[in-house]
Design a protein around this ligand. Structure first.
Ligand code: SAH
Length: 404
């Protein structure tokens, strides 16, 4: 399981600007490069950095040095000093697993075992699909510790195969120790398309070529809810990707489901995922830009009992925030016109820059703008395998509205 050669690390000591120090004292895991006012020696990726208090020179936090990112130090341990050794990783991974246990009593064998900063390991994601563990790295800081991480993830999850995925920026900067995106680094992978269960519903993900680690696990609870609402209903799933919501709806007894996405490939995955499960409903796919496709459906006077709109992140940069809000407004308006009387509109957002409060306010204002009234049935965030420990970690929100 030793896929990376031994990498020697140094220990650095830093002090920060008072404003940054305050944020660290509150337990925030990011230190930006321009917040560092004193640093004893030059750092390399993965070096351990101790942050000292300006006043009393005492330990505040420690983290790992990332020369390739404006978030120069990713903090992993606060308040109390600790040895960052194999035991430390074993303990963090065990704690992460413990948090997911309540989910694993359901008929689910796919889950996020590590969610970056939120599980004390910034820039590393570990998703499990049945017996396959997919580790996605977004930062070089983990290479010196990688063998320990893999060992303990495998031990606790019982995975038989490990696939490594590397973010684009990681592949273009710095040393990657001979690893390639999509390498199988442990065990065998007979088929890159892995079948797994989500609350009893079968799905498949391409763990080598799929987006992120192959599938989006964060909406599991929302998909289950849509499945439970869908009996005998007609459902429109906009930005359907591999059919997460569509397939749950079909398995929940929907009469008819339309999956709409701009990517034909995604819709083929959705069809394939639907065919893995026994269901009686009709499944239609629609390749279209969502805004155009929704308008076309409105023009043909088609309506659905349930409309789910779960777009990709519209605000990857701060400068895109206003445009993103505008897109959410347009989608809420378009969606509202496609819901039957007393039907349900489900609106989701995964842009962390648009906070939940703003997203729900935009959604509600624009439902009303179409002349309809609503009852807010439920507002949800991530499923429990996506714990949130800092502000930027909270990206997912989802509102359920009954439209009158
Ligand atoms: N709802 C999905 C996840 C959505 S991911 C789930 O539950 O798993 C975002 C999807 O939006 C991708 O499949 C992408 O192809 C699609 N997409 C991006 N831009 C689009 C557009 N303008 N119109 C329609 N689909 C779009």
């Amino acid at each position: 399981m030793n896929c990376i050669p031994f990498i020697e690390t140094k220990r650095l000591a830093v002090k920060l600007k008072p404003s940054a120090e305050k944020v660290v004292k509150q337990g925030h895991p990011w230190v930006f490069e321009d917040s560092i006012v004193k640093q004893n020696i030059e750092g390399a990726a993965g070096d351990l950095v101790i942050v000292f208090d300006n006043d009393k020179n005492k330990f505040l936090a420690c983290g790992l040095y990332d020369p390739y990112s404006p978030i120069r130090i990713k903090l992993i341990q606060f308040k109390k000093a600790a040895q960052i050794n194999e035991d430390w990783f074993e303990e963090k991974i065990a704690k992460a697993y413990e948090l997911r246990k309540p989910l694993l009593v359901s008929d689910t064998n796919s889950y996020r075992l590590l969610f970056g900063e939120n599980d004390c390991l910034p820039g590393v994601i570990a998703d499990i699909y049945d017996k396959v563990l997919v580790i996605k790295l977004y930062s070089h800081i983990w290479f010196p510790y990688f063998n320990w991480i893999v060992k303990h993830l495998v031990t606790i999850s019982g995975s038989e195969t490990v696939v490594i995925r590397l973010s684009r920026s990681l592949q273009t900067k710095g040393e990657v120790y001979g690893l390639n995106d999509g390498d199988v680094i442990y065990g065998d992978l007979t088929n890159e398309v892995v079948v797994f269960r989500e609350h009893g519903v079968l799905f498949s993900a391409n763990v080598i070529k799929g987006h992120k680690t192959g599938y989006f696990l964060d909406h599991r609870h929302n998909r289950k809810m849509v499945g439970e609402l869908a009996h005998n209903k007609t459902v429109l799933d906009v930005f359907s990707y591999a059919g997460g919501f569509s397939v749950h709806a079909l398995c929940g007894g929907a009469k008819e489901v339309v999956s709409l996405d701009i990517s034909e490939h995604a819709l083929l995955m959705a069809q394939n995922n639907a065919s893995l499960n026994a269901h009686k409903g009709k499944h239609e796919i629609m390749v279209a830009d969502a805004f155009e496709g929704l308008q076309r459906l409105i023009n043909t006077k088609r309506v659905f009992d349930i409309v789910v709109i779960d777009p990709p992140s519209f605000a990857k940069r701060e400068s895109e925030k206003e445009k993103a809000k505008n897109s959410y407004a347009r989608l809420a308006k378009l969606g509202s016109q496609l819901v039957t009387r007393n039907g349900i509109l489900v609106l989701a957002s995964c842009s962390s820059r648009v906070i939940a409060e703003d997203f729900f306010a935009i959604s509600e204002k624009n439902i009303l703008a179409t002349g309809r009234t609503y009852t807010a049935l439920e507002k949800t965030t991530h499923d429990i395998d996506h714990p949130v420990s800092f502000k930027e970690g909270a990206y997912l929100k989802c509102g359920y509205y009954r439209l009158h």
